[in-house]
Design a protein around this ligand. Structure first.
Ligand code: MN
Length: 201
């Protein structure tokens, strides 16, 4: 089945004041839809049609040369944005608890150190991309990826992804990516992140 853009799991204005309604509308309805449309167009009629984005992103080297880059960018856009919407919620933020909190402390020293490292990864990602909290097989780590790449391609499990494309923040924050990242921390759905972390174990 062709990919589809899922509805947001909350209203467009639900993340205000941290992320504004206009940004959410254009990001979800226009940008995410464009990735889906381009991925579907590239995959249609090939043996890869209907294969889940996550699986495709782990098998990019098997794709036909003529569609590999388009699929990498746009199936990546589908997978990353589906993750991104579900990683946020109204009245989110705060700190995780339980096993995830312990794993963060073990990996980064403290929750504040984790936030600092994730923010730094987002601020220093040149151009467009994402900063990630991943499980790398031995523990938690912070990485960043360009464009719509996802850590699954490198064998890591993404737990939380921060979209630092300008389309994610420009209407509300213009060039102030660090301010957007500070605000985004107030939207994190730690329950979802904890579920992803539990699945790794
Ligand atoms: Mn985006």
């Amino acid at each position: 089945m062709a990919y589809q853009v899922p509805d947001l799991p909350y209203p467009y204005d639900a993340l205000e004041p941290h992320i504004d309604e206009a940004t959410m509308r254009v990001h979800h309805d226009k940008h995410h839809q464009a990735y889906v449309d381009k991925a579907n167009a590239a995959l249609e009629g090939t043996e890869w049609e209907g294969v889940a984005p996550r699986e495709i992103l782990t098998r990019l080297d098997e794709l036909p040369d003529e569609i590999r880059t388009t699929v990498r960018n746009n199936a990546g856009g589908q997978y990353n944005h589906c993750m991104f919407w579900r990683s946020m919620k109204p009245d989110g933020g705060g700190e995780p608890s339980g096993d995830l909190a312990e794993a963060i402390s073990a990996a980064f020293g403290s929750f504040e150190d984790f936030k600092s490292k994730l923010k730094d990864a987002g601020v220093t990602r040149f151009g467009s991309g994402y900063a990630w909290l991943v499980h790398d097989g031995s523990g938690l780590a912070i990485v960043s990826t360009p464009n719509q790449d996802n850590p699954v391609t490198d064998g890591q499990t993404p737990l939380l992804g921060l979209d630092v494309w300008e389309h994610a923040y420009y209407l509300g924050y213009q060039n102030r990516r660090p301010d957007y990242i500070d605000a985004w921390f107030n939207t994190i759905n730690w329950e979802t992140v904890a579920e992803r972390h539990a699945d790794v174990g």
